[in-house]
Design a binder for this molecule. Sequence first.
Ligand code: ZN
Length: 328
Amino acid sequence: MCCSSFDGEKTNPTESHATVDLQAIKGMRFFDPHVHMTSRTTDDYQAMYDAGVVALIEPAFWLGQPRTGIDSFRDYYSSLIGWERFRSSQFGIKHYCTIGLNSREANNESLAEQVMEILPLFIMKEGVVGIGEIGFDDQTAAEEKYYRQQLELAKEAALPVQIHTPHRDKKRGTRRSMDIALEHGLSPDMVIVDHNNEETVKEVLDRGFWAAFTIYPFTKMGNERMVDIIKQYGTERIMVNSAADWGISDPLAVPKTAALMKLRGISNHDIRLVTYQNAITAFGKSGQINEDDFVTIKNIDQSVKFEGNTVLRGGQQPRIDKASIIIS
Ligand SMILES: [Zn+2]
């Protein structure tokens, strides 16, 4: 979408492959099961909608700097089930979330204790499809303690778990995350192990867990590598996400990866599994996902209010013609 105005300037086929043409996946529907929309703009919502993203999951995570008190956790969780969901709906995208204490902030134990007290108030709310993203960052004792407590919470609530695997010492951290989940009696089909790569995928799939892949520029996985993984491992229990956040990231990573898969000869059926259906099957175990809602939410009215506020600023007309150079 972003590059469509440059179509006429493409000279050779290699270049056109380099700028993935989203026309190839026109009409397909996508589900991004990991994207931090709170840190994104309305332009991103519009672009995602235009590219076919019909629903998404926003996991609770940290803000890029540590929170200093329990109230900022409380307000953040409230925004995930309130204002952000409303904002998403105004762009025709169904918004779900996972709620949890992220691994980094598990290391502030006095605050973590308070967070554990309020989590039960949020996890049973409408649209909460799991406990997440939780797990290991530096693989400290405090991280393990609150990871275990949250696994127990997930088990009691019969909710799926979305696991953030560490960037450093990933293979060991991923294995340890799975060992501990099994130790707590969680069924692997209730656990989505995220941020996989070539090093971790085989073990995650062999042990019966869901394997999520984050397509993130410069770190984690590029989507060329993702295509190779699908070719090697197939599509069962695999899902793709953007994990777009406040860093350099791409909220169109799921549709772009689908377009690249299409170019590389992967069938529409297989593309649909890894960019839509598998995530719905996994997180649908929460009992919270109804695909009919994706259609309903398209009948949007951007002048609708959420607790007195709209996505429009004073006097604005709903929807913007992005192709126009006139900003009025
Ligand atoms: Zn994340």
